[in-house]
Design a protein around this ligand. Structure first.
Ligand code: GDD
Ligand code: MN
Length: 372
């Protein structure tokens, strides 16, 4: 009988590799082959966390998993988000060490054994780094993306308790018990899961950076877009204020402020260019502003629970109803406060508006988007 080595596929894994994937069907097979080659001699498993990609990514993973018990798939339906996918993946494993890497072949799997060795020898986190001696970022980034990444890195370094050259890396390895310790305090929003972890773990966390060259993408496209930048700002704000500012509410209020501008613009257009009477113009402007707010909230505030298809239209109608009630409450409360001489009209108006925002937010979160 052949000797059982520690790389036997059915032995409990020592290293679990968590791979967030969205529309990466063409990359799954090649990545598994690369892991197999890079991790020879280590008992490993890989968990792909897919957000119900329309290109059949989860199906590709299951095909391979049917032949290889080291491969698993977590398929999340109706949810989106790189950071939250990584957290769920990391919490789903039992291996003593866990790594996170992108599923698009941009991260170099060949450094995983060196990262594991660093953590086994006492580091808390090993970070695959493009910014230490021997590492390169140029291969995988356009000039504009590179500049953006550098600016974000500098901003993040201001807040970091420990110096890390590449805190924006999506490629790292750590002890699983540290994940469990940090999990309740992670924001779980946006793209920057490592930064979230680094800002959450206690001072004195030992970070080792292992250089690698960021590769160019061959299949599929990057999912980083403008709202990812907003989420990055949100993450820093959340950590800088110790989590006291409810980020989703801030985003909702900011969208509401944009809505006021849209309302005034629409009102002046309807009054001026279209020559409507004030009442009709006010109704029209309200409709335009509510619609804009709904679209922006769906894209930004509730990005992780974004509505699509039929649910989008149902949500829009519900949103009109919620905001309509909110507006009625606004007018009613302000009128009462003024009538009873409790507040002057300016303060009464502001109080009415505040109550409306809170109402709209509370009901939208629970009924329209059903977000956490
Ligand atoms: N499950 C899930 N859900 N996966 C996602 C989502 C999502 O909403 N968005 C992106 N992914 C997956 C992608 O499929 C890919 O495997 C990985 O997360 C990284 O996404 P990319 O869209 O390729 O990001 P990038 O290359 O622009 O940036 C990445 O690399 C940088 C360098 O390490 C990210 O990891 C950045 O955080 C990182 O700084
Ligand atoms: Mn990528």
């Amino acid at each position: 009988m052949a000797a059982v080595t520690n790389s036997h596929p059915l032995l409990p894994a020592r290293l679990a590799v968590v791979i967030p994937v969205y529309r990466e069907a063409a990359n799954v097979g090649p990545l598994v082959a690369k892991l197999q080659a890079a991790l020879a001699g280590i008992a490993w498993e890989a968990v792909f966390v897919d957000d119900d990609s329309p290109d059949g990514t989860a199906g590709r993973v299951r095909e391979i998993a049917a032949r290889d018990p080291r491969i698993r798939c977590i398929q999340r339906v109706g949810r989106r988000g790189l950071a939250s996918a990584c957290i769920e993946g990391m919490l789903s494993v039992s291996a003593p060490f866990v790594a996170v890497m992108d599923g698009d072949l941009q991260h170099d799997e060949a450094i995983l054994p060196a990262m594991l060795a660093a953590v086994e020898q006492g580091a808390d986190i090993a970070v695959g780094s493009r910014h230490v001696e021997g590492g390169h970022a140029a291969g995988g980034f356009s000039a504009a993306r590179g500049a953006l990444s550098d600016a974000g890195t500098r901003l993040a370094q201001l807040l970091l308790p420990v110096p890390v050259r590449d805190p924006m890396s999506g490629f790292f390895l750590l002890r699983r018990d540290l994940v469990e310790q940090a999990a309740p305090r992670l924001t779980g929003r946006g793209f920057k899961i490592l930064l979230d972890l680094l800002l959450t773990l206690p001072r004195g966390t030992r970070v080792v950076e292992v250089p690698y060259a960021f590769r160019a993408r061959e299949h599929g496209t990057s999912k980083l877009d403008a709202t990812v930048l907003l989420e990055f700002a949100g993450l820093l704000l959340d950590k800088a204020t110790g989590g006291t500012v409810p980020l989703r509410f801030l985003a909702f209020a900011a969208v509401g402020a944009v809505g006021v501008l849209v309302h005034m613009l629409a009102l002046s257009l309807l009054l001026g260019a279209l020559g409507l009477g004030f009442g009709a113009a006010q109704w029209g402007a309200t409709f335009v502003a509510m619609t804009t707010n709904f679209v922006l909230n769906n894209r930004i505030t509730y990005r992780d629970a974004r509505l699509k298809g039929a649910a989008l239209w149902r949500g829009l109608v519900l949103f009109y109803l919620v905001c309509g009630l909110g507006a009625a409450a606004n007018v009613g409360i302000a009128a009462l406060l003024v009538r009873d001489g409790i507040l002057a009209w300016g303060l009464a108006g502001a109080a009415g508006a505040l109550i409306t925002v809170v109402w709209n937010y509370a009901v939208s979160s629970t009924l329209v988007w059903r977000a956490r």
